[in-house]
Design a protein around this ligand. Structure first.
Ligand code: B1M
Length: 213
C-alpha cells in the first residue's frame, strides 16, 4: 500500500510494527498535525464504523486505540508550538463513567501548543474533582469530553451541579455523542455560565481564544 493508506490501515488493523518508520517518512512531506487529522483520524473513523456495525470486536478496537495513541505521542514533539504560554488555564477531563480519551488528549495537545496551560485530569472524572482542580489552578475555563450517549446526560448534571455551587466558569464541551444543537439549545438553557460546543480540537482552540479575548 502507498504510505498514507498504509498508515491509515495500521490504525484499523492495530498494527504497530514499523509504525515509527512510516511516521518518519510521512513527516518528510506533511506536517504532523495534518497526518493526525487526515490520515490517523480517518482510520479511527473506520474503526468506529466497523465496531458500530458489529464487524469488529472490542479488543481490536482497543488495539487500534493503542496504535493511535502511540502515533500521536510520536508525532507530538514535532508539532509547531507558540512561544507564548500565558494565554490562560483550562481544566480538562473525560466525564464520570467514560474512558474515551483520544479526543480529549488531542484537545490538550492543540491548546498546550497554542499557549494554554492545560490541567488534564484524565478519564472518568466526577464533577467534584474537576471543580476542585479548577479552584486549585485558578482555571479560566473547564473542558469536558465524553463519547457515550450517557456522557451527554452526565454533562448536563455537571452543569446543574456547577449552578448549585455558584460556579459560572465558561465550559467547553466536546465528544462524538454530543450535537451542536443539544449544547447550544438544551444545555445553554440549563447553565448559568457560558457553555459552548466544539466539534473538534481546533474549534476548541478558537473558543478558548474567544473566551480569553
Ligand atoms: Co468506545 N464507543 N466504547 N471505545 N469507541 C464509541 C464512542 C462508540 C460510538 C462506538 C460505536 O458503537 N460505533 C460507542 C458509543 C455508543 C453510545 O454511547 N451510543 C462506544 C461504546 C459502546 C463503548 C463501550 C461501552 C463498549 C463496551 O464496553 N461494550 C466501552 C465504553 C467504556 C466506558 O467508557 N465506560 C468502549 C470502550 C472503548 C475502548 C476502550 C475500546 C476505546 C477507547 C480507548 C481510549 O480512548 N483510550 C474505544 C474507541 C476507540 C471508540 C471509537 C471507535 C473511537 C473513539 C475515538 O477515539 N475517536 C468510538 C467510535 C466513534 O467515536 N464514533 C467509540 C477519535 C477521537 C479523536 O475522536 O474523541 O470524538 P473524539 O474527539 C474529537 C471530537 O469529538 C472533539 O475533538 C476530537 C477531534 O479533534 N472532542 C472535543 C472530543 N472531546 C472534546 C473536548 C473538547 C473539544 C473537542 O473540549 C473540552
Amino acid at each position: 500500500l502507498p504510505l498514507f493508506e498504509r498508515l491509515e490501515r495500521r490504525i484499523v488493523d492495530g498494527e504497530r510494527n514499523g509504525l515509527e518508520a512510516d511516521l518518519d517518512e510521512a513527516m518528510q512531506t506533511r506536517p504532523p498535525l495534518e497526518i493526525v487529522n487526515d490520515t490517523l483520524l480517518s482510520g479511527m473513523k473506520t474503526v468506529g464504523e466497523l465496531f458500530g456495525s458489529g464487524q469488529m470486536q472490542l479488543p481490536f478496537v482497543l488495539a487500534s486505540a493503542e496504535v493511535m495513541k502511540t502515533a500521536v505521542a510520536y508525532l507530538e514533539p514535532h508539532m509547531e508550538k507558540t512561544d507564548d504560554d500565558g494565554k490562560g488555564t483550562i481544566v480538562l477531563a473525560t466525564v464520570k463513567g467514560d474512558v474515551h480519551d483520544i479526543g480529549k488528549n488531542l484537545v490538550d495537545i492543540i491548546l498546550s501548543n497554542n499557549g494554554y496551560t492545560v490541567v488534564n485530569l484524565g478519564i472518568k472524572q466526577p464533577i467534584a474533582t474537576i471543580l476542585q482542580a479548577a479552584d486549585e489552578h485558578r482555571a479560566h475555563a473547564v473542558g469536558m469530553s465524553g463519547l457515550l450517549v450517557k456522557s451527554t446526560v452526565i454533562m448536563k448534571e455537571n452543569l446543574q451541579e456547577m449552578n448549585s455551587r455558584g460556579k459560572k466558569l465558561p465550559v467547553l464541551l466536546g465528544g462524538a455523542a454530543l450535537t451542536r444543537s443539544y449544547v447550544e439549545n438544551d444545555l445553554t438553557e440549563v447553565y448559568e455560565g457560558r457553555v459552548s460546543y466544539a466539534r473538534d480540537a481546533f474549534e476548541g482552540l478558537r473558543l478558548m481564544d474567544a473566551t480569553m479575548a
